[in-house]
Design a protein around this ligand. Structure first.
Ligand code: PMP
Length: 406
């Protein structure tokens, strides 16, 4: 079960670029992924052939564009196996999806004294929206702690999910450490107490097959740009029964049925949560990305990325003074590390001069860095278009830089 790496690399125009005169080695895939030609072409085709504002249009182009946008919704529905296509809300990305749930869920269901549970592993976008609600509503934000491997400690989960808990919101996979969280188990525990669960899938959707019905999560959020699709488009999946009860997030066109100064009635799902002109070129690009991934096969992608990770670990482990941050048993293709006392920023800047793109810093997960008592890490994150030769270059580059630092 192999992937055709040579062909895949040709599919991504940016991989042919040189950086500082060197072939690009791109290991910043957890921040954003590159776009295959089919995605770039699909977006260009919208603007070249049928750009028009969608829904309620009487003219031809508007109908073609509406159809393309709604077909993209069905594509996403099938990709994540949602029961209904109106359970797929298009947003700007994971951040907006989480803010939508935080705001609308709070307006509808939360009162002072209620609790929301997240984890210490979360990206800031699954912490700060809840802190805003903390201020707005007087609720309390609690978190599941992590151990030294960067795994969730579930020993006290029955105290953490208690009669005050109104929602649990957890990352499927940690962006800073790559830990794959036991979300199925958490969903089962929460549901046994009638508490709904939101999953931040920003780092999972591009690596593992997600079936929202099988997971039985109540909400699932992800971004198009991390899934080889365009920027500016994302998804919030929500179970119909929750979305129907929740107050709208933003007001404007599209989300209404009738408007008068005496009162306004809201549109049905999914439009109730899609105020304003939607990003229809983004949705079409996202559908093209899903088609592309499905042609390769998510199972093959998952297998190859694991192979890359194992190879990278074997190479990096041999480097003197390397310290891995996040050593969970169940991990995806993200490796966070430090080399002696070299500042991550210095290492990242010098790797860049070699054409190697890694990310350095706190990765928008400062509570994780606080836990390990470090300012940040160097993070290499892999995609199925990366190669073992590129990993060799990374390892050689790190060794050279470490020697320069003595
Ligand atoms: N959650 C996680 C786990 C992430 O990795 C990211 C992006 N780094 C986000 C949320 C936010 O995604 P976006 O910036 O695309 O909204």
């Amino acid at each position: 079960m192999n992937i055709n790496l040579e062909q895949i690399r040709k599919d991504f125009p940016i991989l042919q670029e040189l950086v500082h005169g060197k072939p690009l080695v791109y290991f910043d895939n957890a921040a954003t992924t590159h776009k295959p030609r089919v995605v770039i072409d699909a977006v260009a085709e919208v603007y070249e052939k049928y750009n028009s504002n969608i829904h309620r249009g009487v003219h031809h182009l508007s109908n073609v564009c509406t159809q393309a946008h709604e077909n993209a919704r069905i594509k996403v529905q099938q990709f994540i196996n949602a029961k209904h296509c109106h359970e797929v809300i298009f947003t700007r990305g994971t951040t907006e999806s989480i803010n939508l749930v935080a705001s609308s869920f709070a307006d509808t269901f939360l009162q002072a004294g209620d609790e929301i549970l997240v984890s210490q592993l979360e990206h800031h976008s699954n912490i700060v929206p809840w802190q805003l609600i903390e201020k707005r509503k007087g609720i309390k934000l609690r978190y599941i702690p992590i151990n030294e491997a960067g795994e969730l400690i579930l020993d006290n989960i029955n105290d953490l999910i208690n009669s005050k808990t109104k929602l649990v919101s957890i990352a499927h996979i940690s962006n800073a450490l790559g830990t794959i969280n036991p979300i199925k188990e958490i969903i089962e525990i929460a549901h046994a107490k009638d508490v709904p669960v939101m999953i931040d899938g920003a780092q999972a959707i591009q690596h593992v097959a997600v079936d929202v019905q099988q997971l039985d999560c109540d909400f699932y959020a992800f971004s198009g740009h991390k899934l080889y699709g365009p920027t500016g488009i994302g998804v919030l999946y929500g179970k119909e029964e929750w979305l129907n009860k929740m107050e709208p997030y933003q007001g404007g066109g599209e989300m209404i049925k009738t408007v008068s100064f005496e009162g306004t009635t809201y549109n049905e799902l999914p439009f109730k949560f899609e105020a304003g002109t939607p990003d229809f070129s983004g949705s079409v690009g996202l559908a093209a990305a899903i088609d592309y991934l499905q042609t390769i096969g998510l199972d093959k992608i998952d297998q190859y990325e694991h192979e890359l990770m194992d190879y990278a670990m074997s190479k990096l482990e041999a480097i003197p003074n390397i310290r891995f941050i996040g050593t969970a048993k169940n991990k995806t293709s993200v490796i966070s590390f430090l080399i002696g006392d070299i500042h991550p920023f210095d290492m990242g800047t010098m790797l860049d001069k070699m054409g190697i793109a890694v990310r350095t810093g706190h990765h928008c997960a400062q509570p994780v860095m606080q836990h390990f008592d470090i300012p940040g890490t160097i993070r290499a994150s892999f995609s199925f278009y990366n190669t073992k030769e590129e990993i060799d270059k990374l390892a050689e580059g790190i060794i050279r830089i470490a020697q320069l630092f003595g």
